[in-house]
Every structure is written in C-alpha cells, then in structure tokens.
Design a protein around this ligand. Structure first.
Ligand code: NAD
Ligand code: MG
Length: 390
C-alpha cells in the first residue's frame, strides 16, 4: 500500500538522461509524485519547457549567465527562479521536499547531496561520483542526520532489491554485472584507434555522454565498485565484477549459505529510478517486461583489467582509500571532457589518470575542505599531464 500524500521531489539535473526519465515517472503517476524543484546547468530551453509542464515551486539554472533569460521566460508563472551552484544546493534543503534525486553528473553533485543529507531528505542517489569522491564523509553524515540513501544506479538498485528482507543475514559478496560496453571484444591495438562516436555508441543503455564514455572505458564499473563499498558497507574482496553482455541480470548478492539472489529486467532506468521513489513499495508498470522465451542465452566472462586499465585503477584507489578516489574522479572528469573534445586518445586517458593519482599527496581521513582542495589540485595536475601527452 502506498502512502496517500504525494511525495514532493526535487530533481537536481532534470534536463539530463536520468532527470528526464524521472519526470516521465512523475507524469505517469501524478497521484503519487509532485515536482517541487528542477535544476539544470546550461540547457535553459528544456528547463523552461519542463517548468511549464510540471509547474514546480522552484527552478534553478546553475549557469548564472542564463538567469535573466530563464526568469523572463517564466515571468507569467508563479515559479521562483534562481541561479548558481549555491541555489542548487538550497533547493535540495527546502522544507516541503521529501526526496532529492541527485541526477547531476560529476563532482558538482557532491555539495547539493551533502546539503540534502543535512536537511534529512531521502536521497535517491544517481550521482555516483558523490560516493566515489567522498564516500566516507557521506556515510558519516547520512548516519548522523539519519538520511536514507537509496541507490538509483541499476546495479546498486539490484543489490538493494536483493537485500530486502535479509537484514538478519550477512552477505558474503556482491556480484556487479557489466555489459562490457562497445569495446568488450576489442584488442589493445583496436582500442588505440577508437573514436568518440564509437565510444558514445553503447550497445544496451542510452545515457548522458560522460557516463557513456566511462562505460566504454570501464571506469563506470570501477566507480560502481567504489559506490557499492560505501552503499553496502563492503570490503574490497566482497565486490566482484562479472561481464554480462546481455544486461539482463542487473547484479547479484551471494549469502553465507551459498545462495545467490539476482534482480533481472530489461535494461531500462525507469525501474530503478521509480523504485528509489516508491521504496519500500513497488508500483504497477506498463513498461516492457522480460520475455524469457526470447532470451536465448545469458553469458558471463571475467573483466579484463589489462585492456581496461581504469577498472584496475579504481580498485587501486579503493585499496588505498583516503583522498585517492577523489583524485581518480577528478582526473577522469578532465580526460573524459578532453576525449569528448578530441583532445586525447582513448587509451591515453588511463595514463593521465594513473600519473595524476601518483602525484597528489595522500590524505588518510579527508575533511570536506580536503576533498575540495584535492579535487582542484588533481584537475590542475591532470590538465598539465594532458598537455604533455598531446
Ligand atoms: P546527463 O549528462 O544526461 O545529465 C546531467 C544533468 O546534470 C543535466 O541536467 C545537467 O544540466 C546537470 N549538470 C551538469 N553539470 C552541472 C553542474 N556543474 N551544476 C549543476 N547541474 C549540472 O547525465 P546522466 O546520464 O543523466 O547522469 C547523471 C548522473 O547519474 C551521473 O552521475 C551518472 O553517473 C548517473 N547515472 C546515470 C545513468 C544513466 O542511465 N544515464 C545510470 C546510472 C547512473
Ligand atoms: Mg550502473
């Protein structure tokens, strides 16, 4: 049974892949959800269109240069319009908001997520970079403020769903599935020459550009390993990655008696996003269902950390702890942006990330300010390594 009152949702990053799908859910279930606030970085036209359709209380554009245009376009409506990163964080704290969906991409998601946690909101966490950068701090704050963090990432949602009803039963490990991306079968030589367009052509999932490149390079899977550590309180040897090209099994949990539970479904983010909104309930859906008669095979293979060095680098960051995963993330954001702008070759991305990880001083128990400084410094170092590699 679902609660009677509509849940008020703040969607941070409403114009992105996750954000637009979240709005589709609200549109399909107007009795269950209402959009309280939407925010975007640059895409002011889509933000205006969304504001006119969903009539939220508040709309924020992070890029202040677009504020005047946004305000003028919504002047006939009773919607409060703000601009800037601080305002994005402020809407995440607003009293009436029940759930904050963190669908911003990258490090920019960290601050508003912290602010939402401190305001004791339910966090529907899509922005995995928040946990990669500062998982320890986020867990500490989430405990202190009693703010639940519900995973949106499909693998972590799958694990979360497998754990329902199992609180008395320790798990022995989680098995995170990976599609392998568009280059799963490529040799090292072939990987040297792959293009931006090839990398953006993911076989199973349609997502924003940054995560699509991360999927092609397997950094996304590395991030998901780190994300799983913090979400489920796991040790490194309890997190296994297996390549499963069909993307039907979204991830699995093995318990101490040897039983393995899996969550399966068509590759579609609507279900994990909606589960984070409706948890602990499930909502009837007309979306496409699995037809097992049409599935001829489910296959599995070991991931290859030699061809896909980023996965190994992420495991290394996890092993070292402290601020190293923050460095990993910052360097990755720099090289992915460069790759998307044809300024670095696919395989060189791992070189810059590795060199940056080796250059930044280690901090064992970083504070928020340490993370900010580490991020800044790692970006600076990665940029300079990037120039040299070219
Ligand atoms: P996207 O690029 O499609 O959208 C990003 C959104 O964030 C946009 O609305 C953009 O305006 C906003 N944004 C970007 N930079 C910002 C900034 N500096 N300040 C404020 N807002 C900013 O990305 P996406 O694919 O929707 O991914 C969003 C997050 O969800 C990422 O962390 C990604 O790893 C995670 N995720 C995505 C998927 C997916 O299927 N797309 C699946 C799992 C996890
Ligand atoms: Mg995922």
């Amino acid at each position: 049974m679902l609660e009677k009152t509509k849940k008020q949702i703040a969607i941070l990053g409403s114009t992105g892949s996750i954000g637009t799908q979240a709005l589709q859910i609200v549109q399909l279930y107007p009795d269950l959800y209402e959009v309280y606030a939407i925010t975007a970085n640059n895409n002011v036209e889509l933000l205006i269109q969304q504001a006119r359709t969903f009539l939220p209380e508040m709309v924020v554009i992070a890029n202040k240069n677009k504020y005047a245009y946004l305000q003028a376009a919504l002047a006939d409506l009773p919607i409060k319009v703000y601009a800037g990163a601080e305002s994005v964080a402020e809407v995440a704290e607003m009293g009436p908001v029940d759930i904050v969906l963190t669908a911003i991409v990258g490090y920019a998601g960290l601050l508003p997520t912290i602010r939402a946690i401190k305001a004791k909101k339910i966090i529907a966490l899509a922005n995995k970079e928040t946990l990669v950068v500062a998982g320890e701090l986020i867990n500490r704050l989430a405990n202190q403020y009693q703010a639940p963090i519900l995973p949106v990432d499909s693998e972590h949602s799958a694990i979360f769903q497998c754990l329902v009803g199992e609180s008395a039963n320790p798990l022995s490990k989680v098995i995170i599935t990976a599609s392998g991306g568009p280059f799963r079968t490529f040799t090292h030589e072939q990987l040297q020459h792959v293009t931006r367009e090839q990398a953006l052509n993911h076989p199973n999932w349609s997502m924003g550009n940054k995560i699509t490149i991360d999927s092609a390079s397997m950094m996304n899977k590395g991030f998901e390993v780190i994300e799983a550590k913090w979400l489920f309180g796991l040790k490194q040897d309890q997190i296994e990655v297996v390549v499963h090209p069909q993307s039907i099994i979204h991830s699995m949990v093995e318990f101490e008696d040897g039983a393995v539970k899996a969550q399966l479904g068509v590759p579609d983010m609507i279900l994990p996003i909606h589960y984070a909104f409706s948890y602990p309930y499930r909502v009837k859906s007309t979306a496409q269902k699995l037809d097992f008669k049409q599935i001829s095979e489910l296959t599995f293979e070991a991931p290859d950390c030699t061809r896909f060095r980023n996965l190994g680098l992420a495991y290394e960051a996890l092993r070292q702890g402290g601020n190293v995963a923050c460095v990993l993330n910052a360097a990755n954001e720099v090289v992915v942006d460069a790759f998307l702008n044809d300024r670095i070759r696919f395989l060189s991305m791992s070189d810059v990330i590795e060199q940056t990880m080796q250059s930044i001083p280690f901090i064992a128990s970083p504070t928020y300010d340490d993370y900010v400084a580490t991020d800044e410094e790692a970006r600076r170092v990665a940029q300079s390594k990037l120039q040299k590699i070219k």
